[in-house]
Design a protein around this ligand. Structure first.
Ligand SMILES: C[S@@+](CC[C@H](N)C(=O)[O-])C[C@H]1O[C@@H](n2cnc3c(N)ncnc32)[C@H](O)[C@@H]1O
Length: 205
């Protein structure tokens, strides 16, 4: 795989939820063992934020999605070292994973913490937050389900707000964020640099 780095135990990826070739939602009860609310983090990195959330919220199930296999390996190592029963992982591209793997209106909350900002104009097309992505959020979130975004990149934040202009299916309910949300690997680095953070929470109506 193109992201493969040496020195990681890739067998840890065996116990992840696999991306199917086409639409085929996973059986949440079979995977998680219960019907507790699903909370997803897109671009979960090494699982720093999500594993903490899972420990603090044992009655919710947490699913981290990341493209890079070695990051999911690190996430699984955290899960195993803390023996967390309610966290699960998908090593795949997030738009595809959301589209193919989740039942409609099945996700309670989705976090996007410090996504790659792709700052150059010619690279903006690589940003995950696009019109299609909004469609997918709308399809997969429950009614009253939340999407929570945080970034140190003001222009990416504004890109999202502009794409949501005239969007009637969501309401932006807050630009505040809790300290919890900054407790990710990248969040901690940016805090040390005293960067400003830009956040919004929107609710599916
Ligand atoms: C800047 S890092 C932030 C990681 C983590 N959220 C944090 O705050 O520490 C962005 C992460 O998103 C992942 N990523 C980027 N594009 C992605 C995509 N299309 N699908 C899934 N993951 C993606 C990257 O592999 C990387 O781990």
């Amino acid at each position: 795989m193109k992201y493969k780095k040496k020195g990681f135990d890739y067998s840890l990826l065996d116990v992840t939820i696999k991306l199917p070739e086409e639409y085929s939602p996973f059986d949440r009860v079979a995977v998680t063992g219960n019907n507790n609310p699903l909370v997803v983090e897109i671009g979960c990195g090494n699982g720093h934020f999500l594993t903490k959330q899972a420990v603090n919220n044992p009655h919710e199930n947490f699913i981290g999605i990341d493209l890079k296999d070695y990051r999911i390996v690190k996430s699984r190592m955290k899960e195993l070292s803390l023996n967390i029963p309610n966290v699960f992982w998908i090593n795949a591209e997030a738009q595809k994973a959301l589209e193919r793997m989740f039942e409609p209106s099945s996700i309670h909350q989705i976090y996007m913490t410090f996504p790659d900002p792709w700052p150059k104009k010619r690279h903006n097309k690589h940003r995950l937050f696009q019109k299609d992505f909004i469609e997918t959020l709308c399809k997969t979130l429950e009614v009253n389900g939340k999407f929570i975004f945080i970034s140190d990149h003001e222009e990416y934040y504004q890109w999202c707000i502009d794409l949501l202009h005239d969007e009637k299916r969501f309401e932006i309910v807050s630009n505040e964020y809790s300290n919890d949300l900054t407790e990710s690997a990248f969040g901690n680095i940016w805090k040390e640099e005293n960067r400003l953070f830009y956040s919004f929470t929107m609710v599916k109506i």
